[in-house]
Structure formats: C-alpha cells, structure tokens
Design a protein around this ligand. Structure first.
Ligand code: PMP
Length: 448
C-alpha cells in the first residue's frame, strides 16, 4: 500500500535502526503510566516498556534528585573516585536483602549483571580451590540477556541460534512449565518433578564440574511470568546445597518490587548466593544494574587478588542517584503493597477474561508480573497455529487501542503465545480496569 511504501522509504532514509523495519510513533512525553506520542495520542504503558518503568514516568522526586546530582558530578570513574550515591545505594540495597547478601557490584544493564554473576562465581570457585567447576546450568525456555556470555545461559532459540558458533552453550533443564503438563500429579509433586531434573543434570554433568544454577524466580520475556509450585524453589536450593552448586537468581525483571516483594525469591524464602538486578532498579531513569553477592564470597575473591571484571559506567553517580530516588519512592508511596493489591485485581480480571474467551489457556504471575497465554485447546494446551502470528497480531490490536503489551511465542515445552500485562507499580484501580476493558475489546476483535 502507499502507506507501506512511505514507511519503507522513511526507514531507508533514517540513519537509525533497531530490530526490524517496524516504525513506531515518536514519543513526545511520558507521565505516570502514560506515554504521549507526537500526534497527541496517549498510550497506556501496559508493560512498563520491558518491565522497566516500575514507578511510572516523570516522577518529580526522581527527576529532582537526578538534576541535583547533575549539578555536582555526573561521572567519576570508579577506579579513580568513589561516589556517595553509589555508596548509599549499596547500603539501601543491602538493608533490603537477606542476611549476608550485602555486597553490591554495579553495572549498567541486565546482561552485564548476569555475566558479572557468572564471572564472579567462576573467580570465587578458583579462589576457593574448586577450579574444576565452570558449568552453569540454566533452563529452557529462559531469558538471561543478549550479550554472548548471557546468551550461553539464555534458553530462547530465536535470539541465540544464529550466534551459536560465537559462544559455548551451557547445559539446560526444562523450565517448570507445569501448566502444560497432562499428568495427574499434585502441584507439589510437579514442583518436585522439575526440581529433580536439576539434580539429574548435575549428576549427568559431573557434580565437581558444575559451578552454578541460574534461574528467573518468576519468568519473564521467554516464559510469560512463569511461576513454579512452591515445592520447586525449596527443593532447588536443597539440591544446590547438596552438590555445592551456587544458586544465581536472575531478578533483572522480577526484582525491586515488581512481584510485590523486594526480590521475588522472598516469596519462597529462598536465599540465593548471587543475584542479578537491573530494569526496575533505576526504573528507566538511567541505565543501571547490579550483582548482589554474598559477603563471604566477596571476601574470598578480594583476598585472592580481586575481581577481574568491570564496566566503564559502573556505579556512576547519576545512575545511582536515580536508583536511590527510585527506592525512596517505592517506600514513600508503599508501591509494593499497591503492587500486591493491583496484581490481585489484574489477575482476577484476567481470569474472568479466560472464562469468557476459549482461546485463553492460562493466566499466571506474581504481583504485577502477570501474563496470559493463548492456545487452541485449553485441555491439551495445544498452541495456536504458528502462522497465525497471534503474539504479533494481538499486540497490534492492543496498540491500535492505545494499550502497550509485551508478547512472545514460547519455544520449549509446548509452544504458546503469551502476553505480559505489567503496568507500572503506581497503577490505580481505575487504570487496571481501563487496561482490562481494552484487553476485552481487543480479545473480541482477535476472536473474529
Ligand atoms: N535477564 C532477564 C530476566 C531479563 O528479563 C533481561 C531483559 N529482558 C535481561 C536479563 C537482560 O537485560 P538487558 O536487556 O538490560 O541486558
């Protein structure tokens, strides 16, 4: 069509490119849970970007803190200077973490945080006299980032297969996609069944060679808010302890309040050895991530000569001032309580949609990390035909109705089209209902 041709021409002329030819409206301003386009249209940021803008856009207190920081120092290289925002932010994080999980290594994003955990784990093993340990078991499907090291852990073919020659892939076990299982097991038994797969894999790999197990406590992009039965989490920790395998929690998406607790792993009272955070940490106000590490492990590595790793922008004062202000706003506005309450409301509404639309096979999540999955048969969980492109099509239908959602087609277990509905943690009851109404309308259109 002429519009398509005009769009292609515009893309060709632009010096900018991202992942595809798709061109989106230009953002003019963003405020609260809304993003305003240049032509005056207003979108609901129903997935907080990629589950990033946790406290909403243009929060005045965060902007004020960042502006104040800009007036003093925006950057001071960490090998040359420490800075107060980084020091204070590390303290604030440590105060919210389980006992002993209190050493913070700053980075600028999620992939960097995950790779820092892996590299740190390896250096710790060497320093602790366990240098045969290097394998990091992760899950399929999963998403741990797009840089080459993180891709080795990522279990998501479409984003990694083309690059396979460039990195050493790591062993994978199935993610606990219990909602697809056709057996007669109880929830508890299913959780244990999937946890035992970790035990089997550690034994198959040779326990003395296994360094760590990495998992998202609540799944994100690749699994659509996958939550395992309670028994899974405790058993995974036990198995790691049995073999001296480190537990790395990738809380890049689930951390910093998004599931209604500071870290998602708190829901199950599981203490990891290393944690990766980013996204909601500075909530889109600045690129910021961190590895949070066990203090004894840090002592061991530093005693043995130091952590041979780092990134230029690590812990820069501007990003850390944003992170500090974000944590203060989460407390001041009691956003974790709001997340739990609004998450319940959203979940109830999504379940109601599930009852009314035969092609919604599952609704899942924790707090405001929430998703639903479309299938062609709710009994068998058989997916919709691939060429229907449901995950793309439904997002476009919502987009036309000014609601942003985040979708993927799961690859692994039984494929399925899932949609993350994850508004900022400041969302109100009225706004949750607005989101549900647009989803209802969009599902009606999709059903046709
Ligand atoms: N881990 C998880 C669980 C994620 O969701 C993401 C981002 N979607 C990453 C790692 C990678 O983060 P980044 O894109 O900031 O590198």
């Amino acid at each position: 069509s002429p519009a398509d041709i005009a769009e292609r021409t515009a893309v060709k002329k632009s010096n900018l490119f991202y992942q595809s030819r798709a061109r989106r409206p230009e953002v003019e301003r963003a405020e609260g849970i809304y993003i305003h386009g240049k032509n005056g249209e207003r979108y609901i940021d129903g997935s907080s970007g990629a589950m990033v803008s946790n406290i909403g856009h243009s929060n005045p207190n965060v902007l004020k803190a960042m502006k104040a920081q800009m007036d003093s120092a925006t950057f001071a290289y960490r090998l040359h200077f420490e800075n107060a925002p980084a020091e204070n932010l590390a303290t604030e994080i440590a105060n919210r973490m389980p006992e002993g999980l209190n050493k913070v290594f700053f980075v600028s994003g999620g992939s960097e945080a995950v790779e820092s955990c892996v590299k740190f784990a390896r250096q710790w093993a060497v320093a602790a006299g366990q240098d045969k340990r290097w394998k990091v078991i992760s899950r399929f499907p999963s998403y741990h980032g797009s840089t080459l090291g993180a891709l080795a852990l990522t279990g998501y073919g479409p984003l990694k297969d083309a690059f396979a020659p460039l990195f050493k892939d790591m062993p994978k076990i199935p993610a606990p996609t219990c909602y697809q299982d056709q057996d007669n097991l109880s929830d508890e038994q299913r959780g244990l069944k999937y946890a035992e797969m970790l035990r089997d894999e550690i034994i198959a790999q040779g326990p003395e060679t296994v360094l760590a197990f990495a998992m998202e406590p609540v799944g994100g992009a690749s699994t659509g808010a996958l939550v395992a039965p309670d028994s899974y989490y405790t058993r995974v920790r036990e198995i790691c302890d049995e073999f001296g395998v480190l537990l790395i929690m990738d809380e890049v998406m689930s951390g910093v309040g998004r599931t209604g607790t500071f870290m998602a792993s708190e829901h199950w009272n599981v203490r990891p050895d290393l944690v990766a955070v980013s996204k909601g940490f500075a909530a889109g106000y600045a690129p910021l991530g961190a590895m949070i590490a066990d203090e004894n492990m840090v002592e061991t590595v530093l005693d043995a000569g130091g952590f041979a790793h780092g990134h230029t922008y690590a812990g820069n004062p501007l990003a850390c001032s944003a992170g500090l202000a974000v944590l203060a706003e989460i407390d001041r506005l009691d956003l974790m309580a709001n997340t739990r309450a609004m998450g319940d409301l959203l979940m109830t509404g999504l379940n109601d949609l599930k009852d009314r639309y035969a092609f919604i096979g599952d609704v899942r999540g924790k707090g405001l990390l929430t998703a639903f999955e479309m299938v062609s048969d709710c009994e068998t969980m058989a997916p919709l035909p691939k060429d229907l492109n449901a995950y793309d099509r439904f997002v476009e239908i919502c987009y036309e109705r000014k609601l942003i959602t985040y979708s993927r087609r799961t690859h692994g277990g039984i494929d399925g089209d899932h949609f993350l509905v994850c508004p900022p943690m400041i969302v109100t009851e009225t706004q949750v209902n607005d989101i549900l109404n647009i989803l209802d309308d969009s599902l009606g259109v999709f059903a046709r």
